[in-house]
Design a protein around this ligand. Sequence first.
Ligand code: IPE
Ligand code: IPE
Ligand code: MG
Length: 242
Amino acid sequence: MKTLRDEIDMEKLPVHIAIIMDGNGRWAKKRFLPRKFGHKAGADTLENITKAADKLGVKHLTVYAFSTENWKRTEEEVKGIMDLLRSYLDRYIAKADKENIKIDIIGEKSRLDADIQEKIKKIEILSADKPGLNLHIALNYGGRDDILRGIQKIAKKVEAGELKADDITEEMISESLDTGFYPDPELVIRTSGEERISNFLLWQIAYSEFVFNKKLWPDYTEEDLYEDICYYQNRDRRFGGR
Ligand code: IPE
Ligand code: IPE
Ligand code: MG
């Protein structure tokens, strides 16, 4: 039987997919459960989707896990999310030798608890030589904050006399961002039916295609990923040309 997986044109597989994993709270609410259960289910979905993307041959997957604005949530919810993150990182660290994917964190790490920062360092070292998918987890990430920090790096070079303001190029700006040396996403998926960017990658999405999937993130499956990739592949990308 032909499945959606077979419909994907491997020649046109996106190199970089970015996902705004939204809808955990609503998923829990529908089940009369506390929000943290939605985040737990969402973390399980992340593991499934990462595996599926890796199997498919996607090179980069950037997932929005916690935004610079998400600190506005209750202390209880933020703590719940951070605890889930701790167990996610611990799980990877424990089975690192069997893992195939490379993990790094984008975002402003200094606001995260010291033990989480330690686990991040550990995971980045343990996974550095893995041959598979590069999973970039956006934590305390904001597109504006990313650009601000990038500009500060460049401004310091100007201040030190290493660079002239007129010589700043688009490439330098791209490289100064957290996504530094990997390509911009061809495809951005947002689940839960919301159709906004919520301060995710801003500079990097100049020519990305968007797919807004109505499914809540904990309900999102491998098949949904294949479907969204097919949908993307049927788009006509023009880049300003004709
Ligand atoms: C996304 O799910 C996860 C985070 C923002 C951490 P939400 O928690 O935003 O879920 P909804 O949007 O309230 O359903
Ligand atoms: C965006 O979702 C952030 C993450 C998925 C981590 P939000 O739920 O925080 O965004 P808004 O508030 O609906 O814009
Ligand atoms: Mg949300």
